[in-house]
Every structure is written in structure tokens, then in C-alpha cells.
Design a protein around this ligand. Structure first.
Ligand code: CA
Length: 227
């Protein structure tokens, strides 16, 4: 899907020029010409990045930026006037990802947009999915799949599996697992972990003919990296 960029810029000539170049690069764009509309559109959830001029009617760019940041972490590149050092400083303080100074070379703007979008994408990937062979855990959606089949897990089973998948090849002892899965104030025997492992094995290993969780005798459990 194309990345959608919101251009907030009151100088129509500049806005038109930037839009043309961005479209040429394959981005989808929308232009708005004042701060208030810019704020409203930026928070619509329809964009992947905001190009935000500082000197704007109704609401200046830094103020728009501050208000966006209260609700959204959308990448924002601030467009400042030449030598407006204060704008840059307060802009970055207010949470801009980057800034560019007018007049700018379009290639420089495109490069900064690519970097900001890539950074955002990497952030998303880091919390996305864990997997082992065809076992896939979607953390955000709290779902586990083996191939196409969905597996129902209780919260504790899910937390246990997540911990093992996040620590592949590291043997986790029962104490550590229990602290994490049951909470530090849990009072009980560590063999409760053996019970959860057995549930997981029934739901995943036995059902799908896998050997995902290995027992390390006298210590605990590990999921080994697939070879
Ligand atoms: Ca302006």
C-alpha cells in the first residue's frame, strides 16, 4: 500500500510543488492550508506521515505538533524558515521526528521522508510477531496460530509461551517463569509451571505433532531455535 502523506502548508505554490514531487515518487497526498485543519486531518488516522510547516494561519506548526503528540506518534517532519533556530529547537522538543529548512532541495526532503517512514516501520515490527516453525504468536492481537489453525490459550499459557519464544535457546527455570507468568506475589509451588507446560503441549505439540517445548531435567524449559 502506498504511504499517505499530509502536507500542511499555507503557501500554495510550495504545497503544489511538494505534492507533485511526492506523487511522482508514488506517495498519496493531501494538502491543507491552515493549522487547525492540519491538526484535524493529522489525527484522522488516514496518514502515515505529516509534513508540517511552522508559520501557519490559525494555529502555528509547533502548536499543531504539540497537540498531535498528545494523541498520536505519527511521523512528523517540521518545515522551518531559514535561520529560525528557535523553531527547530522547540519543534524537536515538542516531538518532531525531523525538520527541514526552507528553501530545501526536493531530494533532501524525499530522503528525510524515507528515513522517517522506515524508522516507524521498524518500530512496528519489533513488537509484532513471534514464531517457531509454523507456530505464530501475534502479540498485539493476543492470538496464536499453527499454520492456519487458531489455538485458544488462557492468559497464563499465552504469557508462558511468549516468554519461551522471546528467549529461544535460553533455558528458563521454573522460578523465573513463575515470577513472570504468575506474578511476583504468587504463592504456590513451582510445579504449577509444569502444569501449564503440559497444557501447552496438549494444545500445540500433541495436536499438531510438534516438539516445541523441551524439558531440561532439574532446571526448566526451553524452546530451541529451529534448524
Ligand atoms: Ca508558511
Amino acid at each position: 500500500m502506498e504511504n499517505r502523506i499530509l502536507i500542511v502548508e499555507d503557501e500554495e505554490k510550495i504545497a503544489r510543488f511538494v505534492e507533485l514531487e511526492l506523487k511522482h515518487e508514488g506517495y498519496e497526498t493531501e494538502k491543507v492550508f491552515d493549522g487547525r485543519t492540519g491538526l484535524e486531518r493529522a489525527l484522522s488516522g488516514e496518514f502515515d506521515l505529516v509534513l508540517l510547516d511552522v508559520m501557519l494561519p490559525q494555529l502555528n506548526g509547533v502548536e499543531v505538533l504539540r497537540r498531535i503528540r498528545k494523541e498520536s506518534d505519527i511521523p512528523i517532519i517540521l518545515v522551518t524558515a531559514r535561520d529560525a533556530v528557535m523553531d527547530k529547537v522547540s519543534g524537536l522538543d515538542a516531538g518532531a521526528d525531523d525538520y527541514i529548512t526552507k528553501p530545501f532541495a526536493i531530494e533532501e526532503l524525499l530522503a528525510r521522508i524515507r528515513v522517517a517512514l522506515k524508522r516507524k516501520k521498524n518500530d512496528n515490527i519489533s513488537t509484532e510477531k513471534l514464531s517457531w516453525k509454523n507456530v505464530i504468536m501475534d502479540i498485539d492481537r493476543h492470538e496464536v496460530y499453527v499454520g492456519e489453525e487458531s489455538v485458544e490459550l488462557t492468559n497464563r499459557e499465552f504469557e508462558l509461551l511468549k516468554m519461551l519464544l522471546q528467549n529461544k535457546n535460553i533455558v528458563l527455570d521454573r522460578e523465573k517463569i513463575m515470577d513472570h507468568v504468575c506474578g511476583y506475589d504468587y504463592v504456590g509451588e513451582t510445579n504449577v509451571i509444569d502444569v501449564y507446560v503440559r497444557y501447552l503441549r496438549t494444545k500445540i505439540d500433541d495436536r499438531f505433532g510438534l516438539k516445541m517445548i523441551s524439558t531440561v531435567r532439574g532446571v526448566g524449559y526451553v524452546i530451541k531455535e529451529e534448524k
